[in-house]
Design a protein around this ligand. Structure first.
Ligand SMILES: [Zn+2]
Length: 221
């Protein structure tokens, strides 16, 4: 509640503007979003991303989502993600061990209880909520209660080397409802992926729980 008042206060004091051209109203306007470069390959066939994280407007809009809880970046990135999902859903279900017509479930990377308490919301969940709103139960299932974070981890950015990051993240996810993912295709969504370690760990947990296939998509890489 206190956090919600704080975010509303920030929006009032510093109205949200396009991170690229400065026009008011959205964290990134449509024209500038279209100019945003696509993400490079992540190096893993199971993990992809939409936009290049180093492009400053993308970085700033994701920051506004995470630290200001502004509604507009969730709408912007949720819409991009939804279009991407529709475009790729067919190949996802075709090239997997999943039974034909297997449901595709979209799940967010969960935050730990502590982090969730501090921030008041999960930014990946916000993006998925927008996809759900656009989908109107037509193409996908959406679930927030499948993947949970069982271990507190240091922020990935603060752990310097790769082996350290992998150790930090190992075994940090559990699948709460394995029956919900059995023989299904699961897409895990994160806002930012750097090394892919977090998404890879989530994919492993989902596949161990019986998902026919799990893949990860991040908004930026
Ligand atoms: Zn703009």
């Amino acid at each position: 509640m206190i956090m919600r008042v704080w975010y509303a206060f920030l929006d009032l004091l510093f109205p949200i503007r396009c991170a690229a051209c400065g026009v008011g109203g959205r964290a990134l306007c449509q024209k500038c979003l279209e100019k945003a470069p696509s993400a490079a390959e992540t190096g893993s066939a199971s993990i992809s991303a939409l936009y290049r994280y180093e492009y400053p407007p993308i970085k700033k809009a994701l920051w506004a989502l995470k630290y200001r809880n502004n509604r507009t970046p969730a709408e912007i990135f949720g819409t991009s993600l939804y279009e991407h999902l529709l475009e790729h859903a067919y190949e996802l279900t075709t090239f997997s061990r999943a039974p034909k017509d297997a449901a595709v479930i979209i799940v967010p990377i969960p935050l730990s209880k502590k982090r969730l308490r501090e921030r008041g919301f999960n930014q990946s969940e916000k993006i998925i909520e927008e996809c759900k709103r656009l989908d109107k139960n037509k193409s996908f299932l959406f679930a927030n209660d499948i993947l949970c974070k069982t271990k507190e981890t240091a922020p990935q950015a603060s752990t310097k080397d790769r082996p350290e990051r992998l150790k930090n993240i190992r075994g940090c996810f559990a699948v709460a409802n394995p029956e919900k993912v059995k023989n299904k295709v699961v897409i895990v969504v994160d806002d930012i992926t750097t090394t892919g370690a977090t998404l890879r760990e989530a994919i492993t947990a989902l596949e161990h729980a019986g998902a026919a296939r799990a893949i990860g998509i991040a908004i930026a890489h």
